[in-house]
Design a protein around this ligand. Structure first.
Ligand code: PRX
Length: 630
């Protein structure tokens, strides 16, 4: 079958196509309808069918590979290495599910998971999936304010956390941030389950905080049957950034997600049962959900959960793991490769990576020099793939499981089956031609696996994603794209205020709100600026209530440090601006809109564009002066 006709059929015969894919998973009760699109842009897949993610990822494989590895935990931070077979994982998940049950967590209840990359995170996610609770994993790099916003929105009955993580050899305590977040927000969970790794001492709140090891012992022999869920019940929410300061809870279903992941493992990632999959992402991001936790196990593969950086104990660690566990499919981010690119290329060949069929990279643009460097250095196929938290699996890539398709440097590839991708003119909504820039949009219904809605905010779902292109109700990715004459797409950056720092998606508004919470700041603007290592970095411009505060260079440095520390404390170091520049006025239009694109252009040494609407031209001069080398 050829990729283009496979794609065509997925749109022309949508229901027949997805009914076939649905056979990749087990159904407890068959679905009555493949697709209900009577209330677009809301979509329901496999209506009436009952299934379960945990059953499909774990229980289903017990008959054939109970003793084969399922979860391989490696921490280059603590030196731990533990392998759980499918049977062992099955037992651990049931223990965790029993603990949850004993704490009153049931179907539809939320469980917030704030954990480092440790096996208990995977147990907790699958335990939720098993009993029909809704998990919401918060990235461990986020700090108290980010955590508090998410706790208040998700309203979890239970929070699962740990004493600490470790990064680059440094212990990163989690519990104090969690306690601070619970102090900041209004919602209080009934219980906090604490995994004590013995890395950092922490205080316990009596009656609320429970010890995981103790609870696990208590439920050691627990058997918790799978709760069969209707396909459209909620599996999880995962918060992601957008244009406003308030993160959105991307909400996903059960059946559609399971089918979408199983299909992608077959057609795109080409993973086979008994093999090992290794993604260097984090469970706090969508790649971690889809391609560390769920996808590989759905396909009967083992998955590696890696706590550590690509550089420690040495820059060969990723390839050492590939060799040690005979990894056949690997997933990473361009940033990780750019970090390795600064090291001796001999590290790429020190270990035998011949087991690897392909290295998939996603999350940010893969620049050509980086793609060439890794392709040549590793000697394995490199496959770029483009998608979003919202879609859950690749929108654009190549699918070697369907047809071996040549890749093109700089392009993630072509639309995947199920995605009716169009490039639209931002203002008119008309389709643009080949080699013309347009907004990457998807005509609904979105395929299985994509977000159902924004958690508890249907209106925001419709308004944010389906109302930005004039005259038509299509899903906007908020990315610019272009298509060449052969159908390959190229992604040219975001149309909104989202930035991408080292593969981490961040909203500039959230950073602005954090900076503005400092008493000295009157207003500020944050933009993303191109960076050779991280893809983009955040750059801030602040107007102070009293400009005299930074009269001396030493004052400026001190306040800049204070503002960065504010962001570290509230959002986490991932969101920290690389610089905070002080100006007396921000460039704005006469109607008061901050000219972020002009500021960004100046920071990148480009032309600031059309300035006919600017209120005070001297404001841009201040930005120019601030960022030009002294
Ligand atoms: O701007 C695009 C960029 O990352 C955004 C989505 O980020 P997130 O929700 O964290 O999901 C990441 C899932 C891999 C997109 O809107 N992006 C993602 N992949 C690529 C990309 N930009 C260029 N090339 C890619 N392969």
């Amino acid at each position: 079958m050829n990729l283009k006709s496979f794609h065509r059929r997925s749109l022309d015969e949508r229901e027949a196509f997805w009914a076939e894919q649905a056979a990749l998973i087990d159904w407890h009760t068959p679905f009555e309808r493949v697709l209900d699109d009577s209330r677009l842009p809301f979509t329901r897949w496999f209506v009436g069918g009952q299934t379960n993610l945990c059953h499909n990822a774990i229980d289903r494989h017990l008959a054939t590979q109970a003793d084969k590895p399922a979860l391989i935990f490696v921490s280059s931070e603590t030196g731990e290495e533990r392998v759980f077979s499918f049977a062992e994982l099955h037992r651990e998940v049931q223990r965790m599910a029993a603990i949850m049950g004993s704490l009153g967590v049931g179907r539809g209840d939320r469980v917030l998971i704030y954990l480092p990359m440790i096996p208990e995170a995977v147990f907790a996610m699958y335990a939720c999936a098993r009993i029909g609770a809704i998990h919401s994993v918060v990235f461990g790099g986020f700090a108290s304010h980010s955590l508090a916003t998410r706790i208040d929105d998700a309203q979890p009955r239970l929070i699962v956390s740990a004493d600490a993580g470790s990064r680059g050899g440094k212990v990163v305590p989690y519990k104090p941030l969690l306690d601070e977040a619970l102090g900041l927000g209004s919602h209080q969970p009934a219980a906090v389950l604490m995994v004590d790794r013995g890395l950092a001492a922490f205080s316990r709140v009596a009656g609320r905080d429970l010890d995981y090891a103790e609870q696990r012992q208590r439920h050691f022999d627990a058997q918790v049957p799978v709760t069969w869920l209707e396909s459209n019940e909620i599996s999880y929410t995962l918060y992601t950034s957008g244009t406003t300061g308030k993160p959105k809870g991307v909400q996903r279903d059960v059946g559609g997600y399971a089918v979408a992941l199983a299909a992608s493992m077959k057609h795109i990632f080409c993973g086979r049962p008994g093999e090992t999959y290794f993604s260097s992402s984090d469970i706090g991001w969508v790649v971690g959900h889809s391609y560390i936790v769920y996808g590989p196990l759905l396909a009967g593969m083992a998955t590696i959960l890696y706590e550590g950086t690509p550089l420690r104990p040495d820059p060969g660690i990723l390839w050492e793991l590939v060799a040690r566990y005979q990894v056949s499919v690997m997933f990473s981010a361009p940033t990780a490769i750019r970090v390795l690119k600064k090291q001796d290329p001999a590290w790429l060949t020190r270990h035998d990576t011949r087991s690897l069929r392909a290295l998939f990279l996603a999350g940010e643009p893969l620049d050509e020099p980086t793609a060439r460097w890794i392709a040549e250095g590793l000697g394995r196929p490199i496959i770029d793939n483009y998608w979003q938290t919202e879609t859950g699996w690749p929108i654009l890539t190549v699918a070697h499981g369907i047809e071996p398709t040549p890749t093109r440097f700089g392009s993630p590839g072509m639309p995947m089956y199920g995605f009716d991708v169009r490039l639209l003119h931002e203002q008119t909504g008309e389709e643009v031609g080949n080699n013309e820039k347009g907004v990457v949009a998807i005509v609904p219904p979105l395929p299985p696996g994509c977000l159902q809605t924004v958690w508890r905010d249907d209106e925001r779902f419709v308004k944010t994603y389906f109302s930005s292109i004039p005259g038509r109700q299509v899903y906007s990715t908020f990315d610019w794209g272009i298509r060449d004459d052969d159908g390959y797409y190229f992604i040219l950056g975001r149309t909104d205020d989202v930035i991408n720092v080292a593969g981490h998606r961040l909203g500039t508004r959230e950073i602005e709100e954090s900076l503005s919470s400092h008493a000295a700041v009157a207003e500020c603007a944050v933009v993303g600026v191109a960076d050779t290592l991280k893809g983009q970095v955040a750059m801030a411009f602040a107007v102070l209530k009293d400009p005299a505060l930074v009269a001396q260079p030493a004052d400026r440095l001190r306040l800049e440090g204070e503002l960065m520390a504010t962001v570290d404390r509230q959002l986490g170091a991932v969101a920290r601006p690389s610089r905070v520049h002080f100006v007396t006025v921000l460039p704005k239009t006469r109607s008061g809109k901050v000219l972020r694109r002009s500021i960004q252009a100046l920071c990148e040494g480009r032309d600031p564009g059309d300035l006919t609407t600017i209120e005070d031209p001297s404001a841009l001069e201040q930005v120019r002066a601030a960022v030009s080398p002294a």
